[in-house]
Design a protein around this ligand. Structure first.
Ligand code: SF4
Length: 180
């Protein structure tokens, strides 16, 4: 089951994953789904078992560059495709259960160049540099389970969740003239 194209409408913000630069962050949307690709992918489930870690629904990391972590099964094609290194393997920086990443702060020092450098199949592609996206759509088309949605227009949902949305600015025009 690919990422829900309407996830900002159908899910709610459940976390804020901060970049340690103190400026950037991406929202996390939930609740997650227990019936998406990673729940049935053998490599993923075996990797959880060998860690002795519980498998739980995780939700969507990011809003303009959104990766459904329940759909993501650590293929890593997005990591190799992205020309500006938006993604990193989260466990290569913080090797903790993925649910804890919903409100983590990360430096962005994780592995961001090769799919085979995932920690294991419980790893996830994290859009830690969502703010650097140049909207080329390469990651969207290479993702086998279609776990990624990239949509610049989703900035509206990001700003609404952040409390910084400006209705007039978003229309790109001055307020309408008075009518009598
Ligand atoms: S759309 Fe392009 S620049 Fe943006 S995250 Fe995907 S691959 Fe990277």
């Amino acid at each position: 089951m690919p990422i829900d194209q309407d996830f900002p409408k159908n899910q709610k913000v459940i976390g804020k994953h901060k970049h340690a630069d103190g400026e950037h962050f991406h929202f996390v949307w939930g609740p997650g789904r227990s019936d998406a690709e990673s729940a049935t992918k053998t490599e993923v489930q075996e990797a959880y078992k060998s860690r002795g870690e519980e498998y739980v629904p995780l939700g969507v990391h990011g809003t303009m560059v959104a990766v459904d972590w329940d759909s993501c099964y650590a293929d890593g094609a997005c990591i190799e495709a992205c020309p500006v290194q938006v993604f990193q393997w989260y466990r290569t920086e913080q090797d903790v259960p993925a649910i804890e990443m919903a409100n983590a702060a990360s430096q962005g020092t994780g592995e961001n160049s090769m799919k085979d450098l995932r920690k294991d199949y419980t790893d996830k592609s994290d859009p830690i540099r969502e703010h650097d996206c140049i909207w080329c759509m390469a990651c969207v088309s290479v993702c086998p389970p279609q776990a990624i949605k990239v949509d610049q227009a989703n900035l509206e949902y990001h700003e609404k969740a952040d409390g910084t949305f400006n209705e007039e600015l978003s229309k790109g025009s001055a307020p309408p003239p008075h009518s009598h």
